[in-house]
Write a new protein. Structure first.
Length: 327
């Protein structure tokens, strides 16, 4: 069981000692996983608790809202992904201008030392923290000497000794930026290789225009406030995970269907192997579902009427079914 605390006051006074790291962890990609696996290993060897500290909202939302990056995943998915790694606890700190005003020493003392009783702090070699990002690795080592914790430096996956290659064959460190770039190009396969799992969105199924049902391909439409970065427009093979946890193969459409006028951009998934009963009996409306993207099948194209679109949809579903059969 992983403890999730939404405020430092939630942490028991006798908690610890702990091995701690901190960061935004957007995407919880393979670089993050490398850091956290080393943290967990250190915690087990020293009989301490393994703890990740993360922030909500993303700091850029507070400091540069006009330029804040689109988040790869929502907070619920981030906490779920972090929890699956084997951590003992996750502390979610509300990011604010007050928090940003703390010096590097004040942040470390208040959160890592006084709150979590850190015996070890695990960070990357390029970590920055404290007011104006004034704290770095040397700062953390000096604070470790002052407060009595050890500092362990970890290189992220895709850097030293763990290469991943981009489209040009160049070694590249796993990063949230790389994932965002891949998704914005519709390259969900590359995103999955950096993430270590398929990219996903999470949201409530809402009523749409019912065009898919009229054409014989009913879809589950995600609400506009669904979390997770929306990949480039196109048709994808993937999975829909319903509220009960059952995984269904799906053909997923992203975009404003150019065959019809006046359609806003949306994400909708057609479940391929749905039950044979009437469509109305397979009701996902109101459920919070997960949509996972495995492979992009094609871009979004305008067709000369519904008949041509239906023919293409049949091909899309058949291709998605064949591809997912191997997963």
């Amino acid at each position: 069981m992983v403890y999730i605390w939404n405020d430092p006051s939630d942490v028991p006074a006798d908690f610890g000692p702990s091995v701690v790291t901190f960061g935004n962890f957007d995407g919880v990609h393979r670089g993050h996983q490398q850091v956290l696996s080393q943290l967990i290993r250190s915690a087990r060897l020293t009989q301490a608790k393994a703890v990740a500290v993360t922030f909500d909202p993303h700091p850029a939302v507070i400091h540069r809202p006009e330029a804040a990056p689109e988040l790869i995943m929502g907070l619920d998915d981030k906490l779920e992904a972090l929890g699956e790694l084997g951590l003992d606890a996750i502390l979610v700190i509300k990011y604010s201008l007050d928090l940003a005003s703390l010096t590097a020493e004040e942040f470390v003392e208040q959160y890592l030392v006084d709150c979590l009783h850190a015996s070890h702090v695990v960070i990357g070699h390029d970590a920055r923290f404290g007011r104006g990002n004034s704290g770095d690795l040397d700062t953390m080592k000096a604070l470790g000497d002052k407060f009595g914790f050890a500092v362990q430096v970890i290189s992220e996956f895709g850097a030293e000794g763990y290469p991943l290659h981009d489209d040009d064959g160049m070694d590249r460190r796993c990063s949230s930026t790389w994932v965002r770039e891949a998704l914005q190009e519709g390259d969900v396969a590359t995103a999955a290789s950096v993430l270590g799992r398929p990219h996903r969105m999470r949201g409530e199924v809402v009523h749409g225009a019912a065009r898919g049902r009229a054409l014989g391909f009913p879809t589950a439409n995600l609400a506009s406030n669904a979390t997770g970065l929306i990949p480039a427009d196109g048709i994808y093979a993937g999975w829909l995970v319903d509220q009960a946890g059952k995984r269904w193969p799906a053909a997923i459409s992203v975009g404003s269907n150019p065959t019809f006028d006046g359609v806003s951009r949306q994400v909708e998934a057609h479940v391929i192997d749905r039950p044979k009963e009437a469509v109305e009996d397979f009701d996902l409306y109101g459920q919070t579902v997960i949509v996972e993207f495995v492979r992009r099948l094609r871009g979004m194209v305008a067709y000369r009427g519904p008949e041509a679109l239906v023919d293409q949809m049949r091909l899309d579903v058949a291709q998605a079914h064949q591809l997912l059969g191997g997963h």
